[in-house]
Design a binder for this molecule. Structure first.
Ligand code: APR
Ligand code: PHB
Length: 392
């Protein structure tokens, strides 16, 4: 088998890259370890920056998103001293689109099925060969048969636990990591959201977030201990704890109901450098992880996809392989800014087991950033997403 670009992983990164490449006539094959049902069963954040929305439009997969997505012009930060609305539209002229990542993945999968481009689900034992200085090749097992895929480039879109990053010789890659001493317990329910916009809450009992998927489906989160198990959290216990963390007027109008998904996720910041190794490019979660506090995971994957897509167009269609040379540099500049913002939002909003001085500093930061135009603008422009750097 031969193709121009072998894409490892069919999460949002791999599917979006595959769709963009297919539309401009660059052959690609996607290899995914799991079934499509499994990929769709993972619940993730649902806040799309305008840059991601535009890329979905460019990829021709925005119809459902444009119809169903909720345009949000602001969100609220709630502290002990009161509530502060971050008016993104007034502060930056931009808004975000609330549309679940599961839906994004679903739309991209449908597009792949419709355009008939090759995708192998349940591809196991994926191995990457000769990408540093030879002609790259990917081998894998599918339905009991061994396959070999020759290619010009490999896009490692296989997430944090994937094989691509692990295939790089250890002396060529450096990683930077921070693990946080708590997790998020998330719950999905078919009840109307407590507020029309997202509310991020800092309460002495712990952080809480009120989010949504639609006008009738809510997503709530609670900061929890990593020692806890999801089975210890009945729906009743979740609603009681959420009510205790919400401002009183919100708690009074909270509509509860049975959950249909509940899970605990640890929080981590991680970056691997560089992101290019010969003809292998790491994309999305394969190269970086952010804590979910700024909703940046999918949006960061999107700017990597944008940069690689334009580099590959240069290399495969326009006779300019040097357009791939700045891939790592361009991606990492934006990634580190989003890492900073996600880390900062996490430290602003969570309860840490910290000394009294640090607690006063946290309170002063909450106060400063929400009482000055400069502070609110900083939050807003990072939340709506920093611009993508053109590839030239
Ligand atoms: N071979 C083939 N596929 C693999 C392998 C492997 N060895 N290892 C992992 N995969 C697949 C996973 O099954 C998964 O479907 O790669 C895909 C990676 O998808 P994500 O983890 O969703 O990563 P990415 O597409 O970069 O998404 C970035 O979306 O999922 C969120 O938290 C993520 O918000 C972030 C954004
Ligand atoms: C979500 O809706 O799941 C969500 C929203 C915002 C975040 C994190 C998660 O910051």
């Amino acid at each position: 088998m031969k193709t121009q670009v072998a894409i490892i992983g069919a999460g949002p990164s791999g599917l979006l890259l595959g769709q963009l490449l297919h539309r401009c006539g660059i052959d690609n094959v996607i290899l995914e370890r799991h079934t499509s049902e499994y990929v769709l069963s993972r619940v993730r954040a649902g806040v799309l920056e305008y840059g991601f929305v535009e890329l979905m439009r460019e990829a021709g997969v925005s119809e459902h998103m444009d119809r169903q997505g909720l345009d949000h012009e602001g969100f609220t930060l709630a502290f002990q001293d009161g509530r502060h609305r971050v008016d993104m539209k007034a502060l930056t002229g931009k808004s975000v689109l609330v549309y679940g990542q599961t839906e994004v993945t679903h739309d991209l999968m449908n597009a792949r099925r419709e355009n008939g481009a090759p995708i192998y689900y349940e591809a196991t034992d994926v191995q990457l060969h000769d990408f540093l200085d030879g002609k790259p090749k990917v081998t894998f097992l599918h339905q009991g048969e061994q396959h070999s895929l020759e290619c010009d480039y490999i896009a490692g879109c296989d997430g944090f636990h994937g094989v691509s990053r692990k295939s790089v010789p250890v002396d060529r890659i450096q990683s930077f990591e921070r693990v946080y001493p708590f997790g998020w317990l998330g719950l999905l329910t078919d009840t109307p959201p407590v507020e029309e916009e997202l509310v991020y809450i800092h309460n002495p009992r712990g952080f809480a977030l009120c989010s949504m998927r639609s006008h009738t489906r809510s997503r709530y989160y609670l900061q929890c201990s990593l020692a806890e198990h999801v089975e210890e959290w009945s729906d009743d216990r979740f609603w009681t704890e959420l009510s205790a963390r919400l401002p009183a007027d919100l708690a009074a109008k909270l509509q509860t109901g049975p959950s249909f998904e509940k899970s605990i996720a640890p929080l981590r910041s991680f970056v691997a450098e560089p992101m290019r190794f010969g003809r292998l490019f790491l994309v999305g979660d394969a190269a970086h992880i952010v804590p979910p506090t700024g909703a940046k995971g999918l949006n960061l994957a999107s700017s990597d996809v944008y940069t690689l897509y334009h580099g590959l167009r240069g290399a495969c269609l326009e006779g300019h392989p040097e357009r791939l040379d700045r891939y790592s540099e361009i991606c990492l500049r934006r990634i580190w800014k989003a890492e900073r913002f996600s880390w900062w939002m996490t430290s602003l909003l969570h309860v840490f087991d910290s000394d009294p001085f640090s607690q006063r500093i946290q309170r002063a930061e909450q106060d400063y950033y929400t009482s000055t135009q400069a502070g609110l603008t900083t939050i807003a422009e990072n939340y709506v997403g920093l611009p993508y750097e053109p590839v030239v």
